[in-house]
Design a binder for this molecule. Structure first.
Ligand code: ZN
Ligand code: ZN
Length: 416
């Protein structure tokens, strides 16, 4: 197979969070074969396909570390009423759109199953590399148990919605079994609901979920399977309990305080804020039928979102990037980048969305960096994202999206 060569690129070095001029990147099959910096560039081989980027910016493909690709509507209970075959069909469009936006890897935080992973790997669906949690482990009445009040039907919620709804388990033996079951079904990581949530009716935001013994057992089982745990948590108490039990990745974290941020640094835990989902729900939640109680919870976490990011940043917490958008609101995925610009620089934000996320997911050197041996997951931009990340929201400025050496989007003029 002939090689693909990008010349005269300004390359975003995601480890250093800087742009480096005069880059040549050689892609062979699905991997990056070579990266060099020289002007004039290295000569191309006879049958290389060469793209002269003329100073345009080459980024590693973006990573979204908190998605729910099967959440095709935003009401979790409604999701249980959609046939799984239809959700799968809708998810095909979700994945395609994410890849078109430049996200070449995503981490599902509950819902996607190994069938979807294989559908992408085998080329049935165009989409980002998909890493899944399977069903999120939740206690009865926790954030992964969306049954409405007084709903006593025997319908088991965990069967609905391709498992977007949680895997409800109570007690140490049951949570161990739940983790083992998710691993058996192909989960790459484990998701646990460690505190109250916005989109569920009866769990207070500042409440904690699961006992310490249960959470420790969940982490122990994940480690036994050589993986890690991501935990949904808002309040300092919920975050502290999760971190003390060995959870690696704290999701949302909007109500974090300085003490808790320091504790996260001490435990080498990372934070994956998801600001875009609150912005989207604030704009559209009412029209989508969200209850006043849920919108009230949204208002609380929205107000605190940027403040939490600043606290984590100042404490030196590793900050990843997630979105957590549901249903039609997923179109706002790239807004996560611009929302953060009030606290972080564009270069830092891009680093979160590439190298930091790759590290959180245990994929350093494979994705999130443009280095020899990594997957050829690349994004070409017309303009300088370090001047402002709104650039990425303009579809016409996203000149090319490549995943594994194959173009998903290509608007580049070919030089040879
Ligand atoms: Zn969550
Ligand atoms: Zn989520």
């Amino acid at each position: 197979m002939s090689r693909i060569v990008f010349r005269n690129a300004r390359l975003f070095d995601s480890a250093e969070a800087t742009l480096k001029p005069h880059a040549t990147v050689v892609v062979e099959d699905e991997k990056i074969e070579a990266v060099s910096f020289s002007s004039p560039p290295m000569p191309a081989l006879h049958d290389d396909q060469v793209f002269d980027l003329d100073g345009r910016v080459l980024l590693p493909g973006l990573i979204d570390a908190h998605v729910h690709v099967t959440a095709t509507v935003s009401d979790f209970f409604q999701l249980t009423l959609i046939p799984q075959s239809l959700i799968t069909a809708q998810t095909k469009d979700v994945l395609d759109a994410m890849l078109s936006r430049g996200f070449t890897t995503v981490r599902d935080a509950g819902g996607a199953d190994s069938g979807l992973v294989r559908a992408v790997e085998n080329g049935h669906f165009a989409g980002p590399r998909l890493y899944i949690a399977g069903r999120a482990i939740s206690q009865t009445g926790g954030h992964g148990d969306p049954r409405p009040e007084f709903f006593q039907g025997m319908r088991c919620v965990c069967c609905g919605a391709l498992g977007l709804l949680g895997h409800v388990a109570d007690g140490v033996p049951a949570v161990r079994r739940a983790v083992r079951e998710e691993i058996r079904n192909g989960a790459h990581h484990i998701k646990v609901m460690a505190g109250g949530g916005v989109s569920t009716p009866n769990d207070p935001l500042d409440g904690t979920q699961f006992s310490i013994e249960e959470m420790r057992a969940i982490v122990e089982e994940a480690r036994a399977a050589k993986t890690y745990v991501m935990a949904h948590a808002y309040s300092p108490e919920a975050i502290q309990r999760a971190v003390q039990c060995g959870v690696r990745s704290i999701e949302h974290g909007n109500l974090i305080d300085e003490n808790t941020a320091r504790m996260m640094v001490d435990h080498d835990a990372c934070l994956v804020p998801t600001l875009s989902t609150y912005a989207a729900i604030t704009r559209r939640g009412k029209a989508l039928g969200w209850s006043d109680a849920m919108l009230h919870k949204t208002a609380i976490v929205t107000d605190q979102g940027l403040h939490a990011l600043k606290i984590a940043q100042d404490a030196g917490v590793k900050i990843g990037l997630g979105t957590d958008l549901l249903g039609d609101m997923m179109v706002d995925q790239l807004e996560e980048l611009t929302l953060r610009e009030r606290v972080m620089s564009p270069a830092q934000i891009l680093r979160s969305a590439t190298a930091v996320n790759a590290g959180i997911m245990g994929l350093a050197g494979q994705v999130g960096e443009i280095v020899p041996g990594a997957f050829a997951d690349l994004l070409v931009l017309d303009g300088n994202p370090l001047d402002g990340l709104a650039l990425l929201q303009d579809e016409k400025k996203r000149l090319a999206v490549m995943k594994g050496g194959r173009f998903h989007v290509n608007r580049l003029p070919c030089a040879s």
